[in-house]
Design a protein around this ligand. Structure first.
Ligand code: SF4
Length: 165
């Protein structure tokens, strides 16, 4: 994984590295049972080189802890590993260029469950034997009451599922 992270830090396979301060490979234990995948790092993540450390990330971490899931036990990453200008949605060619890194991370970690954070994580590769769970993106959950209720319920169900594996 360290080698892979170095590749990401030095990657120039698409245009996104040009305006980024840091590559954001992701973080978490290599034996994590569950992996969270978002779309791309934002400005806070770019600043620190860590995934989901901005407002939405803090909300996600808080909700996980509330339902008994420690952030240190899960691997968190994104489909695209560099921030996009003005946080725009990554273009298809950028996603295509970056996906092999996510694929390698999945192959190394071999999670039992992959949690897709929002519909924008839909390009995450599907691998047989892994259970995929789609949840509301934490930034939407923070803003809208109905989505927050649903998101919290989804995390409760995830915590229950984790007890079974
Ligand atoms: S976003 Fe991905 S493919 Fe593009 S430069 Fe960064 S690591 Fe490379």
């Amino acid at each position: 994984m360290e080698q892979l992270n170095l590749e990401i830090y030095g990657c120039n396979k698409c245009r996104l590295w040009q305006d980024a301060k840091h590559g954001v490979p992701g973080e978490g234990p290599l034996n994590a049972k569950v992996m969270f995948v978002g779309q791309n790092p934002g400005s806070d993540e770019d600043e620190l080189g860590r995934p989901f450390v901005g407002r939405a990330g803090k909300y996600l971490t808080k909700t996980l802890v509330e339902f008994g899931i420690k952030r240190e036990e899960v691997f968190i990453t994104n489909i695209v590993k560099h921030v996009s200008p003005k946080n725009r949605k990554p273009y298809d060619d950028e996603v295509r260029a970056c996906l092999p890194y996510l694929m390698k991370q999945i192959r190394i970690i071999k999670p039992k469950i992959i949690v897709l954070l929002g519909a924008s994580a839909k390009e995450t590769p599907r691998i047989e034997g892994i259970e995929y769970i789609q949840v509301i993106h934490p930034s939407a959950a923070m803003r809208f009451t109905k989505m927050r209720e649903k998101f919290r319920q989804q995390i409760v169900e995830l915590a229950e599922r984790l007890q079974q594996i």
